[in-house]
Write a protein that binds this ligand. Structure first.
Ligand code: NAP
Length: 340
């Protein structure tokens, strides 16, 4: 086999605030045929995820993470097909997933690859409901403690990739589940498609009043996907012994990390103490032992038709930057994926 000519999306410059397509460039690359112990992969689907905004920042998470170098391809998850193999464990036609990056071809020695059973679900689902966002929703449910009838669960970023599985999973416990999303269409999707009991439009001018009205018995669990000002708005609604599970801080990824303004921490701590609140954050990578049960349980729910899984599909690797930037501006419902 000869080398293949393909394309790769690279970071051209660091974004200032919300990312823009011009922060990236699409370049042509030559990928050689595999040597012994390697496979050549052809990407079928690429995932665009908010976490990439963390990776391309100049000072990711306040210095907690190393920034992606300029000129590198963002390490987004992808599903790919083996098109040539000199690796004993893989044959042509096998489907795999991993953090393969924003490129249409890749040589791999197999490290970090996970096999995908194409009979289980459409391939794009392995980037959404059966991929990292779905896994994050599942881990979030496991770490947030007992849920059930009589409890009110509030979810921010509810119409996004994580929220569109977390809400239905929380609903299956019998809890009362309320989602926050922006715009009427997304709020309708929450209640009509994603089994949320009620939805609150964060774009409404009277959002705070609507939020309070949507949780008349207060909030027992707040599943936080966005952070920023939303956290302050939800905090007063938490019940005695309420819990906050931090999955992500989407609203804070585009700030400069300086957090100007009055120090709100003493007020947060006082409220935590007065109400006996629990606040915990989690990273899905810390729970590899939950991967098998996740695939089994969520896979079964999919087979039984108990989950509606909205996806927003963009066509073509050249449109990966635009699809990624839309996460921070537009209002799509569910998981954003790019068909390559
Ligand atoms: N802990 C982990 O291991 C882990 C793993 C994967 C992802 N995450 C995190 O989980 C969160 C959700 O990820 P996702 O894949 O579901 O992302 P997503 O599909 O892009 O959805 C995120 C949602 O956040 C809302 N949002 C965006 N900007 C906002 C702002 N400035 N203020 C308030 N809401 C805003 C948007 O909904 P509306 O506009 O409709 O409100 C959007 O649908 C992210 O913070 C991500 O980093 C964590």
């Amino acid at each position: 086999m000869n080398s293949v000519t393909g394309r790769e999306v690279r970071l051209a410059k660091r974004p200032n605030g919300a990312p823009r397509p011009t922060d990236f460039e699409v370049v042509t690359v030559e990928t050689p045929a595999p040597s012994a112990g390697q496979v050549l992969l052809k990407t079928r689907w690429i995932s665009v995820d908010p976490m990439i905004r963390i990776a391309i920042d100049a000072n990711p998470l306040g210095g907690g993470v190393k920034p992606l170098p300029i000129g590198a391809a963002p390490p987004g998850p992808a599903v790919a097909e083996v098109i040539a193999s000199a690796h004993p464990d893989y044959k042509v036609g096998d489907i795999v997933q991993g953090r393969l990056g924003w490129r249409d071809h890749l040589l791999s020695d197999g490290a970090g690859l996970q096999r995908v059973d194409p009979g289980m679900a459409p391939l794009s689902h392995f980037l959404g409901v059966l991929g990292l966002p779905g896994f994050s929703a599942y881990v979030g449910l496991k770490v947030c403690g007992e849920l059930g009838p009589g409890q009110t669960v509030l979810v921010s970023g509810a119409a996004g990739a994580v929220g569109s599985l977390f809400g239905p999973l929380a609903k299956l416990t019998g809890a009362d589940v309320v989602g926050i999303a922006s715009g009427e269409a997304r709020c309708r999707a929450l209640t009509e498609t994603l089994s949320y009991d009620r939805a609150v439009d964060r774009a409404a001018p009277d959002f705070e009043a609507r939020l309070a009205a949507a949780v008349p018995s207060g909030v027992d669990l707040y599943f936080e996907n966005v952070g920023g000002p939303m956290f302050d708005q939800v905090l007063p609604l938490l019940n005695l012994h309420g819990r906050v599970t931090i999955c992500g801080l989407m609203a804070q990824y585009v700030d400069d990390g300086e957090h100007p303004g009055p120090d709100r921490l003493p007020g947060v701590l006082e409220r935590m103490m007065a109400r006996g609140l629990t606040l915990r954050a989690f990273r899905n990578g810390d729970f590899p032992q939950l991967r098998e049960p996740f695939l089994a349980e969520v896979g079964a729910l999919l087979r039984e038709g108990k989950l509606a899984i909205p996806e927003h599909v963009t066509e073509g690797i050249e449109n990966v930057p635009a699809a990624f930037c839309r996460l921070f501006s537009d209002t799509v419902v569910g998981k954003s994926v790019v068909r390559v």
